[in-house]
Design a protein around this ligand. Structure first.
Ligand code: NAD
Ligand code: TDX
Length: 341
């Protein structure tokens, strides 16, 4: 039995991860989250009374807060999801991305060193590998692909990965890194492509597609990301990076059309808008290392995953309406106002 500090556990992937761990393992989970705009305790309402679960409000940039949570809860393992996670927001302002994603990770690594914890897993992203050419379908990101970053978000995530690597080599700490492709599923904040397009369709609003809509992403259902993280935590070789992907490449425009079809709406709702600056063209993950070494594979095919996701947003309208009110409106206006062509 482990005592796991899950940082950023009130966000999209972190909250799904906590539920995955409580349903499949007998571990204790301390959810350590600052509750930024993306953190929402409603995501965990169905497990909050589980005695193996506890929430602690805290900031990973504040060392004393992290130390206190680790000491008081006998933490032996940290899984770090806490981050500013949206590329468009990093273009509007990078400071919080550097603070949380880089400085916050540094704080966690210092605590790992001082408290001699058993394991630390850094939840990273395929975005640290930059962009793949669209016309060379045989090219995929492997763990050996050089780190090349094109957005402030990816630069901050890559910086954190480099710090993890340095703390592993210099101090011989028990550190693992996972780099996953685009996730989708319940509780994803509706600033990201799939939930944004579902919410806008249900609202009868235009769907803003960046550029020519031909950027490619490799989509993985969130539970498959969670199972991969647990495999790496339990069986991964210390100091290694593991890529996680769905072998499921889609043009953005085809995802948008699929959502419209599932919701019975026409393609006249699509509105092409100005491209995201520095927009990566294609992401595609080679997951053979985690599959061959650890025996992981995704369980959900895209058809099932997207069906479950659309159904969840249809049945949980109050959840997304609430998070899209207030502060969200200001972000939405500043991101999209200058994109109309
Ligand atoms: P999210 O934005 O939904 O959630 C982030 C969570 O971190 C929120 O609960 C927020 O309150 C918390 N947080 C932010 N700053 C904090 C701080 N200083 N201290 C403590 N908590 C803080 O993000 P997500 O989509 O769930 O992503 C989780 C992690 O997975 C991130 O590290 C992200 O880079 C990585 N990732 C995401 C994807 C994806 O497709 N969403 C893919 C690969 C990797
Ligand atoms: O309004 C939009 N219109 C649009 O065309 C939005 C929000 C997005 N897009 C495009 C941009 C991307 O090509 O859709 C694609 C997906 O966009 P996002 O959902 O913002 O994801 P992405 O930029 O690919 O980054 C995601 O994957 C890697 C996550 O947000 C990161 O946290 C993760 O690390």
């Amino acid at each position: 039995m482990k005592n796991i500090l899950v940082t950023g556990g009130a966000g999209f992937i972190g909250s799904n991860f906590i539920k995955y761990v409580l349903s499949n393992f007998d571990h204790k989970v301390i959810n350590f989250d600052k509750l930024t705009y993306a953190g929402n305790l409603e995501n965990l309402a169905d497990i909050e009374s589980d005695e193996r679960y506890k929430f602690v409000k805290g900031d990973i940039c504040e060392k004393k807060e992290v130390e206190k949570a680790v000491e008081e809860n006998n933490i032996d393992t940290i899984v770090n999801f806490a981050a500013e996670s949206h590329v468009d927001r990093s273009i509007l302002g990078a400071k919080e991305f550097i603070n949380t994603n880089v400085m916050g990770t540094h704080v966690l690594l210092e605590v790992l060193k001082e408290k001699k914890l058993e394991k630390y897993l850094q939840v990273s992203t395929d975005e640290v590998y930059g962009s793949l050419p669209e016309d060379k379908k045989e090219l995929l990101f492997t763990e050996k692909t050089p780190v090349t970053t094109n957005s402030p978000y990816s630069a901050s995530k890559a910086s954190a990965d480099l710090l993890c690597n340095a703390f592993y080599h210099t101090f011989n700490l028990p550190i693992l890194i996972t780099r996953c492709s685009n996730n989708y599923g319940p509780y994803q904040f509706p600033e990201k492509l799939i939930p944004l397009m579902i919410a806008k369709t249900l609202n009868g609003e235009k769907l803003p597609v960046y550029g020519d809509g031909k950027n490619v992403r490799d989509w993985l259902y969130v539970d498959d990301h969670c199972s991969a993280i647990m495999e790496v935590l339990n069986k991964g070789r210390i100091g290694e990076v593991y890529n996680i992907g769905g072998n499921n490449e889609w043009y953005n425009i085809d995802i948008v059309k699929l959502i419209l079809k599932k919701l019975g709406k026409g393609e006249d709702m699509i509105q092409y808008v100005k491209d995201r600056p520095g927009h990566d063209r294609r992401y595609a993950i080679d997951s053979s290392k985690i599959m061959n070494e650890l025996g992981w594979s995704p369980k959900y095919d895209f058809e099932t995953g997207i069906e479950t996701t659309v159904k969840w947003y249809l049945e949980n309208e109050s959840w997304w309406r609430k998070v899209m009110s207030g502060e969200y409106q200001k972000y939405f206006e500043s991101n999209y106002a200058n994109k109309l062509i």
